[in-house]
Design a protein around this ligand. Structure first.
Ligand SMILES: [Zn+2]
Ligand SMILES: [Zn+2]
Ligand SMILES: [Zn+2]
Length: 670
């Protein structure tokens, strides 16, 4: 929805941006760094997980170049003359919201920026230390452990900073969507679009990273990362244009200055037709039809098109982002970062209207982890055009879930987990002890955000806990959902955790941690994943297949920061859960996909207590939500916490060695 607006405002066809008189002039006041081009060669971040031997050398042998007849130059010079890099002049048309502009902190800080002290990073609290069970909100550390973005981090990010920027942006966007849907969003900032508002806040508060424009990989952004809005890619420096499909900067040597392409975003409609997942035929930008006098026009070799042309000569690496249809929200797009490509050839084709259209053949550099390739495989498995290697069962849920849950082992010979009965409900629940005057709301058909006469909304302190597509806005002490005793219809938007799986799930054998859970579909932050189903028990006698609210959990901040939304007076919603007595669920004999989610010290999923009434009683449920955007085929994990032995410590003998592999690993859990 949000994205559509963004894209619709781009005139022209194909993946490019609109035409218009782009100024070819370079604003010399914006010179920010003077470096030989050599220094622009990408440094592969550790995050790429490439072994040193698999790294392609910086002088990567070029492909067969220039299929078209070229001037006297048979191949690009192996080492170009020193070239000075310029920040691309702020182009109002291409970044109307100042996303790409902002204030140029770099101008004043220059290189000394790196010497500035980093913000004190609060370490994540470990279960090992004697820790109070309930942590006050103000003690919560952000998920990344970083309190803010330093000047140096605005220039060059890392994984933690990228995550912090993305999660901060999405938390603001969710809150602004919530206000917008309940018609509480004012127009102080000139727009009601929550994504633009959130984006403006991020830019104004300096919540951005990788603002130093660069050729090649972007520190902290990993191949396969998914984005749900073009803005998100702007904020982390992956693609600096919120609308145009081509991002470039001006490079200058002794004799000339010329544009160099940095990244492209394929529209996903015209560009993904190529069978080969490592090849992308990209359409240049610009109008192809003059609406005024109704005749075909050729695309012009200027701006982005010129940059691609120059980059094809220069053979620099270009980041490629593939735009794809979101399988869960069909009207929206998902963007996957597919790594580095080079332009192998270019030509001019006749477009639909008869005018000339530029085509560029992008070829992916070898040795990079698969990203778009994974999506293509999933597509084939879903349509049945290729069979899933290692498939044991097509539907582990035996029809209980509306979307089949496949069981796969492509690691060893184990034929599946030990026997259990698939069930997606909670058995032997004890009623919630809170005294209640009513067991549901009297709303007609569906509960409406902002309708304070709805008793379920009242219980959520006036907030509707979910926004469109069932996305949770904030972690809360309890989420009060509508239930069977409410007058509203079962499709009321306040029943998210009762509507079953939304994604095609797969139970798979992990390399070293038994069975795990992952999704064929990308999962947006805040999206409901599943409930923890099973039998409610009094005491956990064993550690396996048990969920226990009385464990000690690492605090983390997920909710929006009210101080970033200055115009809104808001009560800070605590992220501590309110559970009067422990809820312990065993999924050993009965359970759903949740029983396969493994522990991680750096998880991508969190749990949230949800309450609703059935048969004149309230029952507590545990619902899992995506902590961040999760790419397809990524293992889903949550923090298992540590057992509480009453004295605030947890017995080391009951703990398991943690194999989560995250940089924040605490070493053990359980
Ligand atoms: Zn309702
Ligand atoms: Zn209601
Ligand atoms: Zn209700």
């Amino acid at each position: 929805m949000e994205e559509g607006l963004c894209e619709n405002s781009v005139p022209g066809s194909g993946s490019g941006s609109g035409s218009g008189s782009g100024s070819g002039l370079v604003d010399r006041t914006r010179i920010v760094e003077v470096k030989p081009l050599r220094s622009l060669a990408p440094v592969l971040p550790k995050s790429l997980h490439l072994s040193a031997s698999r790294r392609y050398p910086s002088g990567f042998p070029p492909f067969v170049l220039f299929e078209e007849p070229q001037e006297s130059q048979p191949s690009p010079p192996p080492m170009p003359a020193p070239i000075r890099a310029f920040r691309k002049p702020l182009d109002e048309e291409e970044s109307p919201r100042g996303v790409n502009g902002g204030t140029n902190m770099e101008d004043v800080n220059g290189k000394s920026v790196d010497d500035s002290p980093k913000p004190s990073t609060k370490p994540m609290k470990s279960c090992k230390s004697s820790q109070k069970k309930r942590t006050k909100s103000q003690d919560l550390v952000s998920i990344s452990g970083v309190g803010g973005i330093s000047m140096a981090q605005r220039d060059d990010g890392d994984r933690e900073v990228v995550n912090l920027v993305l999660m901060t942006f999405d938390s603001l966007r969710r809150r602004l969507c919530q206000l917008e849907e309940s018609k509480e969003l004012n127009t102080i900032m000139g727009t009601k679009r929550p994504d633009l508002r959130a984006s403006n806040v991020m830019t104004n508060k300096g919540f951005r990273t990788n603002m130093r424009r660069r050729v090649g990989a972007v520190p902290g952004v990993e191949i396969g990362d998914v984005f749900f809005l073009r803005m998100e890619m702007c904020h982390v420096g992956l693609h600096g244009q919120s609308m145009s499909g081509i991002d470039y900067m001006i490079a200058k040597d002794e004799l000339q200055e010329e544009p160099v392409a940095l990244s492209i975003v394929s529209s996903g409609v015209y560009d993904n037709d190529a069978e080969d997942e490592d090849v992308l035929i990209y359409t240049g930008q610009g109008e192809n039809f003059n609406k005024k006098d109704k005749h075909a026009v050729d695309q012009k070799l200027q701006r982005g098109n010129l940059a691609l042309d120059k980059s094809s000569h220069r053979q620099n690496e270009v980041r490629v982002i593939r735009g794809l249809r979101d399988s869960v929200n069909k009207s929206a797009k998902v963007y996957v970062y597919d790594g580095l490509y080079k332009i192998q050839s270019s030509w001019i084709e006749k477009g639909k209207s008869g005018g000339g259209v530029f085509k560029y053949k992008f070829v992916r550099l070898p040795g990079q982890p698969s990203a778009f390739g994974v999506w293509k495989s999933i597509q084939k498995w879903k349509t049945g055009s290729s069979s899933r290697t290692g498939l044991i069962l097509a539907d582990l849920s035996t029809g209980v879930e509306s979307i089949p849950v496949s069981l796969v082992n492509d690691v060893d010979n184990e034929k599946g987990p030990s026997f259990f009965t698939y069930s997606n409900s909670l058995r032997d629940s004890k009623p919630f002890s809170l005294v209640q005057s009513s067991y549901g709301c009297n709303c007609n058909k569906t509960c409406v955000p902002g309708d304070l006469s709805c008793s379920c909304i009242q219980r959520n302190e006036g907030d509707f806990p979910y926004i469109a597509n069932g996305i949770l806005v904030s972690r809360r002490p309890l989420v009060h959902e509508c239930g069977p005793m409410c007058k509203c219809f079962p499709n009321c938007k306040n029943r998210v955790s009762q509507t079953g799986l939304k994604h095609q799930m797969e139970v798979f054998k992990t390399e070293n941690r038994g069975w795990g859970l992952r999704s064929f579909d990308p999962i947006r932050a805040g999206t409901f994943i599943c409930e923890y189903a099973g039998e409610v028990i009094d005491r956990a006698n064993e550690n396996e297949y048990v969920f226990d609210t009385s464990r000690i959990y690492n605090p983390f901040k997920w909710n929006y920061e009210p101080s970033l939304l200055e115009e809104i007076s808001s009560n800070v919603t605590t992220e501590d859960y309110t559970i009067p007595s422990p809820l312990i669920i065993s999924s050993k004999n009965f359970g759903n996909v949740a029983r396969y989610m493994n522990h991680s010290c750096s998880p991508n999923v969190f749990w949230q207590p949800v309450l609703y009434a059935e048969n004149n009683q309230y029952f507590l449920h545990i619902a899992f939500f995506a902590l961040r955007h999760i790419p397809p085929m990524t293992e889903l994990t949550y923090d298992y916490g540590c057992s509480d032995h009453g004295d605030g410590s947890s017995a080391p003998q009951g703990r398991k060695k943690c194999l989560c592999g995250s940089s924040k690993c605490r070493g053990s859990f359980g």
